[in-house]
Design a protein around this ligand. Structure first.
Ligand code: APR
Length: 241
């Protein structure tokens, strides 16, 4: 079965009603990154941070996957599809995607603030506690293992992203198709994937305002994910043996 690797950003979920970050009405127009998505912000005002992610958690539970999410799930009928997403919503899973790698974490889990990748602060200890959550993390929620504060299980600016090196190299070596969709490709190391997969035989880039793609031999499909991904999925499924 041929392997397709999909690299997605906020544009994949935009038509489900989840705001992107850098479009005109985006999240970074309404919030300062250093206040709500950084270790400093967490130390300074954890309540503001929990309110920011709590609202995103509640929003996620009010929306549905869109045709783009379902098209990626549909591709699984004839392809081994690996979704590497920058998104912390779980709409891909809700649409039936089986293999989703959340590069920047996810909204439906919480972790102890003394987790391994802590940066900028000398943690008093290390704790690997993580848990699924069914409601937003509340100020005062603590880790049952060590008593640390529970925090969103997301990668903040200034924290490291686990690029799962050996596995990623295997994906680069084995992908027949690479699809970039709905990302401004401005945040590294995630955006570096677009060049890491530069040698993949079939490469597509879907975005209404493609900031990327032509440079590295991508077939740029200018348009919305909910339109272009179902079209591309139909084409790929039709050509698969
Ligand atoms: N279909 C496809 N793409 C869309 C759509 C749509 N309907 N609507 C918007 N887009 C595109 C925009 O043109 C833009 O290129 O989605 C992209 C959104 O870019 P950003 O808001 O920068 O989101 P993203 O690229 O995912 O940001 C990456 O930055 O702030 C951090 O951690 C955060 O994971 C995020 C990372």
């Amino acid at each position: 079965m041929k392997r397709i690797v999909v690299f997605s950003g906020a544009g994949l979920s935009a038509e489900s009603g989840i705001p992107t970050f850098r479009d005109s009405d985006g999240l970074w127009e309404q919030h300062r990154i250093e206040d709500v998505a950084s270790p400093d912000g967490w130390q300074r005002d954890p309540e503001l941070v929990l309110d920011f992610y709590g609202k995103r958690f509640q929003k996620m539970n009010l929306v549905q996957p869109n045709a783009a999410h379902y098209a990626l799930a549909e591709l699984q009928k004839k392809f081994d599809v690996i979704n590497i997403t920058q998104n912390i919503d779980t709409l891909l899973e809700q649409a039936g995607a089986k293999n989703v790698w959340h590069l920047h974490g996810r909204l439906d889990t919480a972790k102890c603030e003394f987790h391994h990748e802590i940066f900028g602060y000398q943690p008093t200890h290390r704790c690997d506690f993580k848990t699924l959550i069914s409601k937003p993390i509340a100020l005062g929620d603590t880790c049952p293992k060590c008593g640390g504060r529970l925090r969103p299980d997301v990668v903040w600016f200034g924290e490291s992203v686990d690029m799962r090196q050996p596995y990623l190299e295997e994906l680069i070596d084995t992908a027949s198709v690479f699809i970039g969709v709905g990302t401004s490709a401005q945040v590294y190391p995630a955006a570096g994937l677009l060049t890491l997969f530069a040698d993949t035989e079939q490469k597509y880039f879907i975005d209404p305002n493609p900031a990327y793609g032509a440079l590295y031999g991508f077939s740029v499909l200018e348009g919305k994910a909910s339109v272009k991904l179902p079209e591309l999925a139909k084409q790929l499924l039709g050509s698969a043996n």
